[in-house]
Design a protein around this ligand. Structure first.
Ligand code: CU
Length: 164
């Protein structure tokens, strides 16, 4: 394990600790106490929408979607896995250059948008080139929420929902 990874885990642990200090709902398994007025407090509630992959022209592809968080706690998108590629990372775009990041924030009562020209999922060394109309399965991994499986419909190479 590299030093960077250790530092990341320390940072994540710290962030999780901070998030929990505001609420004592850690013992969510103990029901029956009548003053448990907000049983879902402190938990992210994530929903995925607008997912797609533009049909790739090479052995690289991008993935785009929106994660909406209706919950009272922020979460982080940490990683993405897929049967299409063993090399899937998350990238941000700054000054027209993309760069791998360790996580994306998903604010409480907010959203994380992965869209063309901005943050995205990056698939390298595709095992096959999916065609428009096919679907690509991925799984999103979060700091707090359980993993979410999503199917990305493959759209035309130029597809951009913002232009609709
Ligand atoms: Cu990228």
């Amino acid at each position: 394990m590299t030093r960077r990874t250790t530092t990341l885990f320390a940072a994540v642990a710290l962030a999780a600790g901070l998030a929990l200090t505001g609420c004592s709902s850690d013992s969510s398994g103990s029901t029956g106490s009548s003053d448990n007025s907000h049983s879902s407090a402190g938990k992210p509630r994530l929903k995925i929408s607008g997912a797609f992959m533009p049909q790739p022209a090479t052995d690289m592809a991008g993935g785009f979607l929106t994660i909406t968080n209706d919950g009272d706690a922020a979460d982080k998108l940490l990683s993405v896995t897929s049967s299409l590629s063993d090399d899937v990372t998350i990238h941000e775009t700054k000054d027209q250059k993309m760069r791998e990041v360790k996580s994306f924030d998903i604010p409480a009562h907010g959203e994380l948008k992965l869209e063309r020209g901005g943050n995205h999922i990056m698939f390298m060394e595709l095992k096959k080139q999916p065609k428009q109309g096919e679907k690509v399965d991925i799984e999103l991994h979060f700091e707090k929420a359980d993993p979410i499986a999503v199917e990305l419909p493959v759209e035309a190479a130029t597809h951009n929902p913002k232009q609709h």
